[in-house]
Design a protein around this ligand. Sequence first.
Ligand code: TXA
Ligand code: MG
Length: 346
Amino acid sequence: MQTKIIALDPLHPDKQAIGQAAAIIRRGGLVAFPTETVYGLGGDATNCEAVKKIYQAKGRASDNPLIIHIAAMSDLARYAAAVPESAKKLAAAFWPGPLTMILPKKEIIPAAVSGGLDTVAVRLPSDQIARSLIRAAGTAIAAPSANLSGKPSPTTPAHVIADLNGRVEMILAAGSCTVGLESTVISLTGATARLLRPGGITYEMLCRVLGDVEIDAGVTHRVDDRARVASPGMKYKHYAPNARLTLVKGGAPACARYIKAHILDPGKEGVVCFDEETPLYAGYRVFPYGGRDQDNQQGQRLFAVLRSLDQAGITRAYVRCPDTAGVGLAVYNRLLRAAAFDLVEV
Ligand code: TXA
Ligand code: MG
């Protein structure tokens, strides 16, 4: 398939280009588009054939459900069978934005979207291009991250093109995503709200609105593939570069000692550390991913840094473990998976 790549101004997207992209969605085709979190691989959420194409283009397991994206709060009732008080409060506080809510689903959402679950994941993105596209398409857009399954999520047009050129009809290209990590996913189907995937809307922010929020064990621990998993996406190895990663947790000097003692081939083995720690690794191949206390910056840069390891021919990297407050919990969650839970404390 020939992929049409269209560059757009993030704040004033060309209406004609949005119209073309929306027409592709309406007739069941696929369009990759920017959101504030990561780029999405979009198709009509109410069209089974389009949804099938999404799974094929990504190489994704069909039991891992998709998020549907809407353009206005008033669209929610078309797709969700019930909207609890907690959902209304969260929407008022954080929509449009990087928050996905799991709610009971309506019939209009095919089983293929929800991996056979009786719930649906819904998000109202803040990105102008995303919202214009959804509005113009006149339907909810199902969109996983626009990467090949298992690869780090795409936060720039170059990432999307590397993974999906030839696999989608159109790519809307509009610079780097501002959050850089996939949306926060919260389930509102039980008695207590449950955080399934941390993201730009932090645990602390959710607690301020809801009072009580449980953190699913899968956020910080390996979930057994055979166990029933609250969010199926969490059981797959994810976000991983080709390089093998080890997360190293501890103080800066102790981590530097450990990492330097373990790097055997400095040509092919690298260090992913905080910006201010690069002097500790003089002579090594260093990939800084943000300031030590800059959780938002770490989130914004993480996936690009993971992809750059592969481009640099790094086969093994040691990664400084982030603090888990704020967006740090999301950075930690993604890094744990990228490292297949290989974490050492020094
Ligand atoms: O920021 C984002 O959320 C991006 C952009 C494109 O919006 N999308 C994204 O989609 O990250 P994806 O498919 O890569 O991740 C969807 C996550 C998976 O972990 C999946 O298991 C979970 O949401 N999910 C979807 N529907 C669910 C449901 N009904 N119940 C529980 N988890 C669900
Ligand atoms: Mg994904």
